[in-house]
Design a protein around this ligand. Structure first.
Ligand code: HEC
Length: 188
């Protein structure tokens, strides 16, 4: 073998080695990112990063909800009780209009502090996601700010997913108490 050829084989092997090491290291970093953070309390399944990413993408699909149908009997301002706003407005997508239990059904409830369009405080939604949380009727919950950002609770956790699942407080445990076992109050 000529000297220059030997040299180029060695260079090629070195490059190959560098590529392998690079990808191995990247895989490690990725795994660490997904794993529990040292010192931090382990996130429950109800607040996983998947839920947050899903909720952020969901907003893009629902942000025109004010053009959606309004459920029968819920036209205009509705009185709310704690913990939602004092005044509510409801919208449902076409799937929910057909059947609340159908995969992809979305119910939007706007929460206002006053009976005024300027007083919108939060947009709470429930989306039926078949297979997402079978023990709790497969509802995915999100609380958005009026401009579509996923809101955080007083402990700084994003409010998206099966929020409160397995705990005393939160969207899931409270909606469990709705009549008929469908987790919905609006048709009680
Ligand atoms: C302490 C109980 C409670 C908690 C916690 C709660 N809700 Fe509700 N929710 C209600 C009640 C009661 C209604 C009926 C409307 C009203 O009176 O405010 C309702 C209505 C709704 C509706 C309209 C569909 C329906 O069930 O009638 C949506 C959507 C909703 N809530 C989303 C959420 C989300 C998202 C969360 C968590 C961020 C949440 N809720 C937390 C009690 C609760």
């Amino acid at each position: 073998m000529k000297k220059s050829k030997k040299y180029s084989v060695a260079v090629a092997l070195l490059i190959l080695l560098a590529v392998v090491v690079f990808f191995a290291a990247r895989g490690d970093a990725e795994r660490q990112k997904g794993g529990p953070k040292a010192g931090a309390e382990q996130e429950t399944a109800s607040r996983s990063s998947d839920d947050i990413a899903y909720a952020e993408q969901l907003w893009e699909k629902i942000e025109d909800y004010t053009n959606w149908p309004v459920p029968e009997g819920f036209e205009g301002w509705q009185d709310g009780i704690s913990p939602h706003g004092k005044y509510l407005r409801y919208y449902i997508n076409d799937i929910a209009k057909e059947d609340f239990n159908k995969d992809g059904a979305v119910i939007v409830k706007e929460n206002y502090m006053e009976e005024s369009p300027d007083a919108l405080a939060a947009v709470t939604i429930m989306q039926k996601r078949k297979g997402y949380d079978p023990e709790n009727n497969d509802w995915f919950y999100v609380k958005y700010s009026p401009d579509g950002k996923v809101m955080t609770d007083d402990q700084g956790r994003k409010i998206a997913g099966a929020v409160g699942k397995g705990m005393d407080e939160g969207c899931v445990p409270c909606h469990t108490t709705a009549g008929g076992g469908d987790y919905l109050f609006m048709n009680d």
